[in-house]
Structure formats: structure tokens, C-alpha cells
Design a protein around this ligand. Structure first.
Ligand SMILES: Nc1ncnc2c1ncn2[C@@H]1O[C@H](COP(=O)(O)OP(=O)(O)OP(=O)(O)O)[C@@H](O)[C@H]1O
Ligand SMILES: [Mg+2]
Length: 373
């Protein structure tokens, strides 16, 4: 069986490193310190949050997780939180059993129990009352606060892809309602997000409601030696061998980007004989680029020709300054418009400017594809 996984990794499954981050996140939860954890896409935020909650659950915490990806309205924000709360309560102590005591306090959503083929399941239904969506959200968060007060256990809340609420027109209002609800609670919130600039702005800008309400933390690429050791071990588990040098080379090819380490390793595992060779690595990378191209094309189709041109220019000749003469000449756009054109690329976290290095495309394999097209 192929030992490499590209979906979020469940606790108990092989996971590389992140022990430090795990310990820090657990420590912050214990002291009810809210945290904002940002990283590029597919760096392992969700996998790490699942591990945090798995540990906390063993210590008796109630844990809820809400994913805001694709959220379409304030009502939808409320519904997702309501559902997260009810499912968390039901998992902690059955809402048909001991947890029944919570039902009285709910004012926004109530559970609906059903028997599916896969077993009993709980979904939610709005408690009928005509409310403005903002009030529904406020009530939902009041319900959450009420649970925190009376539960008798600690509550850990993960808000995943939290920056997605800024795509809604009334994001400022939502942030305001959330700030009021979460402050001073005996609960720990972990905000996760991948459009880093957008997420950080929510917590770092003085005029935003959530200003300084969570401690910023960033997840970096995997440490190279740990990632290589992880690969050696996983290949062995799957009954194949990879030399440490080749494992190191594999990680370097994808700049230790967590998802691509697994993605490329899965491909190499698939195509190699008992012993991995350098040719397998090259062929594996070709296969990954080929398979991922639809995703890359989708990114480009969301960009204007000017944005595409800037992106490709950054991939080919990483500039230290976007306004510099050399870059302006390469990009073929007036210096005055480059910042504006690049704004969207920054917001979507497609490009970045590390403090001590030139501008770059965040996704190293996407960058490679752009260089080759
Ligand atoms: N510590 C790790 N060890 C091994 N693989 C990892 C690790 N972290 C992430 N990965 C790989 O990255 C993939 C993405 O992980 P995950 O979904 O948790 O990331 P994410 O940051 O939440 O991504 P998204 O931005 O898509 O929500 C995993 O399926 C796995 O292949
Ligand atoms: Mg995720």
C-alpha cells in the first residue's frame, strides 16, 4: 500500500515533526490564549489542529471545528457555527443523553437527529424566528458563550479558513459580533487561514474589531532533515527503500512544501522498483506537474492577462523590487500600475516577498510550471 497521503492527516497517522508547534498550541489553549495560525495552502494547518484537539479531548475538553471555506452569507456563517457547536456537544456528551441539559439554552439552532446508513447523525435546524442574519449570528455566539459558562468542561474552538468571511460584504460587522462574543470567555479559539495577508490584517489592523485578539503564529515548510527522515521511514514501511540523499533531494525539489513532499513521494513510491533512483525523482516530479496542471490553469483563469504576466515574470526572474527598472521592463507594464495589479496576487497569497529574499511564487511547483509554459 502507498504510505503517502494528500488529504488532511488524522491523529494517529504518520505525521512529520511539528512537535514544537503542537506543544505551543496546547500551552496556549490551556491558558485560554487565542491563536491565529497562518501558512500557505496545504501546509498542514488542519492536520495540526486535529492533533491539538485530539490531545485536548483526551484531557476532557470539548472541541469544535468550523470550516468557513465557501461561506456565502452571514446566515451561513451562523449556521456553520451552530452546527459546529451542536456536533461538538453531541460528541462530548450525547445530546439525547447527559447533554440534553444544553438544549434548553439554545436560541438559534437546534439539533436534528437522524439515522443514516452509516449510523446516527446530527444536523441542525434554525429555531424559527424572523431575525436579521446579524442577530442570528449574535444569538448563535450567545449560545456558544452560554455553553462555555455552564458546560463544566473547557471548550476549544477551531475556526478554519477564517479569512474567507472577508469575502462577504459585511465582514466588518461579522468581525465585530465575533469580537464581542469571544472576549473574556473561558474558551480557547484557534483561527486558521491560508490567505495570510488577509488573515493577518484581520488581527493586526488597529481599526479592525479583532485587532490583537489572537496571538499570531506561522507555520513554515517542513524542516529538511526531519522531512527526509520521515520519507526514509515511510518508504521502508511500504516495503521500498530510498537513500537519505535521495530523500533529501526529493524534499529540496519541492522546497519542503508539506503537501508536495507527500504528493511527490506518493508518485515516486508508485513508479519506483524496490530501490528509489534519481530518475524516479525526476519522473515523479514530471508526473506531479502534469497532474496538478488543472489546478494551476484554474488559478490563471481567475487572473487578468496583466496579473498573469506579472506572475510569470516573478516565476522566471524573481525581482527584489516590483517597481525596479529591470522588473518593469520584463513585465512590460507601467511601474505606476504594477502595485495595483499585484495586489490581487498578494491577497490570494499567490506571490510573497520574504524579508531577506526576492519576490517569489508561493507554490514552488506552480512556479516551475509557470517557468515551463
Ligand atoms: N507534518 C506533516 N507531515 C506530513 N505531511 C504533511 C504534514 N503537514 C502537511 N502534510 C501534507 O499536506 C497535506 C495538507 O495538509 P492539511 O490539509 O492539513 O493542510 P492545510 O494547511 O490545512 O491545507 P488547506 O490550505 O488546503 O486547508 C496533507 O495531506 C499532507 O499530505
Ligand atoms: Mg485546511
Amino acid at each position: 500500500m502507498n504510505p503517502f497521503r494528500i488529504e488532511a492527516i488524522q491523529p494517529g497517522q504518520p505525521f512529520c515533526d511539528r512537535l514544537d508547534e503542537l506543544a505551543r498550541l496546547l500551552g496556549h489553549a490551556e491558558s485560554f490564549q487565542n491563536v491565529m495560525l497562518s501558512s500557505p495552502r496545504r501546509y498542514g494547518k488542519t492536520s495540526l489542529a486535529l492533533r491539538v484537539q485530539d490531545e485536548l479531548r483526551k484531557d476532557g475538553w470539548g472541541c469544535m471545528r468550523v470550516d468557513f471555506f465557501g461561506v456565502d452569507s452571514v446566515e451561513d456563517v451562523a449556521r456553520r457555527i451552530g452546527r459546529g457547536l451542536i456536533q461538538a456537544l453531541d460528541a462530548r456528551e450525547s445530546l439525547l443523553g447527559k447533554g440534553k441539559r444544553f438544549l434548553r439554552g439554545l436560541t438559534a439552532f437546534r439539533p436534528v437527529f437522524s439515522l443514516e446508513e452509516s449510523g446516527p447523525s446530527v444536523s441542525v435546524q434554525r429555531i424559527p424566528e424572523t431575525l436579521r442574519p446579524a442577530d442570528l449570528l449574535a444569538n448563535t455566539l450567545d449560545d456558544l458563550a452560554g455553553v462555555v459558562k455552564t458546560a463544566g468542561f473547557k471548550l476549544h474552538v477551531v475556526f478554519d479558513e477564517f479569512q474567507e468571511i472577508t469575502r462577504l460584504g459585511d465582514s466588518g460587522q461579522i468581525e465585530g459580533i465575533m469580537r464581542a462574543a469571544i472576549q473574556g470567555q473561558d474558551a480557547a479559539y484557534l483561527f486558521l487561514g491560508s490567505r495570510r495577508g488577509v488573515l493577518r490584517a484581520m488581527f493586526n489592523e488597529r481599526k479592525r474589531p479583532l485587532f490583537q485578539s489572537a496571538l499570531p503564529m506561522a507555520l513554515g515548510p517542513l524542516p529538511a532533515p526531519d522531512a527526509a527522515a520521515f520519507l526514509v521511514e515511510q518508504f521502508a514501511k511500504g516495503g521500498k527503500r530510498i537513500a537519505t540523499d535521495d530523500a533529501t533531494a526529493l524534499c529540496a525539489m519541492v522546497e519542503c512544501y508539506p503537501y508536495y513532499v507527500q504528493r511527490l513521494a506518493a508518485e515516486v513510491f508508485q513508479m519506483s522498483a524496490k530501490q528509489v533512483t534519481a530518475d524516479d525523482l525526476r519522473a515523479g516530479l514530471r508526473a506531479v506537474i502534469g497532474a496538478e496542471r488543472y489546478g494551476y490553469q484554474a488559478v490563471l483563469s481567475g487572473l487578468t492577462p496583466r496579473q498573469t504576466k506579472i506572475l510569470r515574470t516573478i516565476a522566471r526572474t524573481p525581482p527584489t523590487e516590483l517597481q525596479g527598472a529591470a522588473f518593469v521592463a520584463h513585465a512590460g507594464a507601467p511601474a505606476s500600475s504594477i502595485a495595483q495589479t499585484a495586489k490581487k496576487l498578494l491577497e490570494e497569497d499567490i506571490i510573497e516577498k520574504p524579508e531577506t529574499a526576492p519576490w517569489r511564487v508561493v507554490d514552488p511547483v506552480f512556479a516551475q510550471w509557470l517557468r515551463e509554459m
